[in-house]
Design a protein around this ligand. Structure first.
Ligand code: IVH
Length: 665
């Protein structure tokens, strides 16, 4: 059907008007029409689009909600890694940061951009030709989840950017959060519907973004502030603060009070003033982020592992509260570590109700001398486990007894051992201990490991208790009937769980290695192992000394890894998992081992500090020496190289420029 010109024109006008009102309402907080008028315009456009479906465009104001529920989220590879931030917990640490920056740049005073550290969920938005084409979570920084249809439902996120000079490709990064008012309302609703209320706004925001049905996300009061950019194809200003201003001009939401401050003193002033405003802000923040404002300086500073050297989060002090210790229990962890835990009378601190606090280990309990019945100060900061800060001795009741670590495991009765020089006591029961088994299975199922949706902690406890499973491989043998025989497990949830288990079978090598729960092998180490060995078999066969040759893997970790794979029951569990269908694609191994034993000489002016390239080459197993000889394998030349380049040519040694060299690392 041909769309009449009048309809097309009217649709265009409605687009413009609705985008404008949306922007005024959600970004500027300054509406010029009533909600009813807005609804009328929106309905008119909906009707036009219903009659002439050709008029529907992806950036139409009617397209925020309406996509069908997904079965699972797709994956998004972040072309530029989404980094985290280093923390400074007091002014001294902030001063150290500023000193390091000044020294590295050789500059007396640094200009910083200062912003609140929003307590929400990091999200990346991708705009192509000004149109929102993708939204993604941070995930592990390299791979996140595709939540496009969910971010589209956030009213403050423009479906289309407006203004001049918008780069062809623009990846915007920011934090999605739920403001206090929205959070309270959400929880009132939850309680009225006899659902469990959310613990805090951050969890509510994270949960809302992870909904497969965008209608649920749309009903949550999510907001977003943008704090930076990722991938860009096009021109942007040369200062971070100016980029943010530009984002605001294009109608993205940017916190209005962003500062540009001079040096450490400026940072401290900004911090103090924001700390004072904190209680009056409409949303949670947990500190201030300072970023070197000039991009050329940022580039010069670069990164260390997961965080930039040019930014720091100055955290607000953790909140504290007073309560009473109802008792001290011990908990057995995945690796058998026995942790004393204080059971507390519930107390509201740092945004949640706390009922337990870790006491870390026996030494810590004795140092703080925490006893059953004591009145204590507890502290909770961000996501950190709450802890007991100190005991109020004046309030101790007579006869309060000192805590004693049990000599045997409370779960399996095996002996508790404390290795010389280690603070931690461990149950020696290994996987015979039901607590260790439970925790190993929880870890295996967790989001960053095998990501088995619906296999919560309580369920794992039940599965182990009832003897339905003994190790992780048994999970894949259970069917809907067996699951639905469990407490609080309807047939529908059982079917979902079987489905989730099935889906989890397709995984990656690094996730699988992490999921195995080898001591001291966290995500970063699992990634290194995956990259280094490419597949599981070579890793399983690696000897301690081979493992130790890998940069970042020390003798203790190497022992744990080799020890784990030498145990026949671990190999058997792995075999059963693979038979059940758990699989991954082999990883193309990095050239790390191929640089091993190669000798490099660096000459000329490089774009990064010479020591940095040297570190990176050495990390990849190469040797870096000062002079060219017949033993040299490669000479890396920068600008205006000297005689070393000539000598290399003379000797017929391979010459690389910096880019070629980096490609090999
Ligand atoms: S910048 C390269 N700025 O904090 C630096 N992050 O601990 C990347 N966050 O994952 C982050 N407010 O989710 C930056 N104004 C802000 C922020 C902020 C909150 C979060 C963000 C990030 C985490 C890092």
């Amino acid at each position: 059907m041909i769309v009449p010109a009048t309809a097309r024109q009217r649709a265009r006008v409605l687009h413009e008007e609705l985008h404008e009102h949306n922007y005024r309402y959600y970004v500027l907080d300054d509406p010029v029409i009533t909600d009813a008028e807005y609804d009328r315009l929106l309905r008119e456009l909906q009707q036009l689009e219903a009659t002439h479906p050709e008029l529907v465009t992806p950036d139409s104001p009617t397209r925020r909600v309406g996509a069908a529920p997904l079965k699972a989220f797709g994956q998004v590879h972040h072309e530029l890694r989404m980094l985290s931030l280093d923390n400074a917990f007091d002014d001294e640490e902030l001063a150290d940061f500023d000193r390091r920056v000044r020294e590295r740049l050789g500059v007396e005073t640094i200009e910083y951009a200062a912003e609140p550290k929003l307590d929400g969920v990091a999200v990346s938005l991708l705009y192509e030709d000004g149109v929102l084409v993708r939204g993604a979570t941070r995930g592990d920084g390299e791979t996140g989840e595709d939540i496009t249809q969910n971010v589209r439902t956030i009213d403050g996120v423009p479906l289309r950017l407006t203004g001049d000079g918008i780069p062809r490709v623009l990846e915007v990064r920011g934090e999605v959060y739920i403001p206090h008012r929205g959070f309270e309302q959400l929880n009132r609703q939850a309680i009225a519907q006899e659902q469990k209320p959310f613990v805090n706004p951050r969890n509510a925001a994270a949960g809302s973004l992870r909904q497969l049905d965008p209608k649920i996300t749309a009903a949550r009061p999510l907001e977003m502030y943008c704090y930076g950019v990722g991938l860009v194809e096009g021109q942007l200003p040369e200062r971070h603060s100016e980029i943010l201003t530009r984002l605001g001009e294009w109608r993205l939401r940017v916190y209005p009070g962003i500062g540009r401050v001079q040096g450490l003193a400026g940072c401290i002033d900004y911090y103090q003033s924001l700390e004072q405003q904190r209680a009056t802000l409409a949303f949670d923040i947990d500190g201030v982020v300072f970023k070197v404002d000039r991009l050329d300086q940022q580039q010069q500073l670069g990164f260390v592992s997961r965080a930039p050297r040019w930014a720091i989060a100055r955290k607000f002090p953790a909140e504290e509260a007073q309560t009473r210790v109802a008792g001290i229990d011990v908990q057995v962890g995945r690796t058998g570590a026995i942790t004393p835990v204080a059971r507390l009378e519930p107390v509201f601190v740092g945004g949640v109700t706390v009922t337990n606090a870790t006491l870390h280990n026996a030494d810590e309990v004795h140092r703080k001398d925490v006893r059953k019945g004591d009145t204590v100060i507890v502290r909770r900061a961000g996501d950190v486990i709450p802890e007991v800060v100190r005991v109020i001795r004046e309030k101790r009741k007579k006869g309060a007894r000192r805590f004693k670590m049990p000599a045997t495991c409370p779960e399996c009765d095996s002996a508790v051992e404390r290795v010389e020089g280690e603070a931690v006591a461990r149950c020696t029961g290994g996987l015979f201990c039901p607590a260790q088994r439970r925790e190993a299975i929880k870890h295996f199922a967790s989001r960053r490991a095998m990501d088995i949706d619906g296999l919560g902690d309580k369920l794992v406890d039940q599965l182990v208790e009832t003897g339905l499973i003994h190790d992780v491989s048994d999970l894949f043998q259970l069917d809907v009937e067996e699951f639905s025989g469990l407490e609080r497990m309807a047939e529908k949830s059982a079917a979902n769980l079987v489905n989730a288990l099935d889906q989890s079978k397709e995984t990656t090598l690094e996730r699988f290695v992490y999921a195995l729960g080898i001591r001291e092998v966290g995500e970063a180490t699992a990634r290194i192992l995956a990259q280094e060995f490419g597949d599981l078999e070579p890793l399983m066969q690696a000897q301690v000394d081979t493992l130790q040759e890998i940069h970042d893997i020390g003798p203790v970790v190497a022992q744990h890894i080799a020890g784990f794979f030498s145990e026949s029951h671990n190999r058997e569990v792995i075999r059963k998992l693979r038979t059940a269908g758990v699989h991954w694609k082999p990883v193309a191994t990095t050239s790390v081992l191929s640089l091993k034993g190669k000798t490099f000489v660096l000459t000329g002016a490089l774009s990064m500090p010479r020591n940095e390239l040297k570190d990176r080459l050495q990390a990849a197993g190469a040797r870096v020496t000062g002079s060219v000889s017949k033993k040299t394998d490669y000479v890396v030349v920068g600008d205006s190289p000297g005689s070393k380049a000539d000598k290399a040519r003379e000797l017929g040694i391979k010459i690389l420029d910096e880019a070629e060299c980096l490609k090999n690392i």
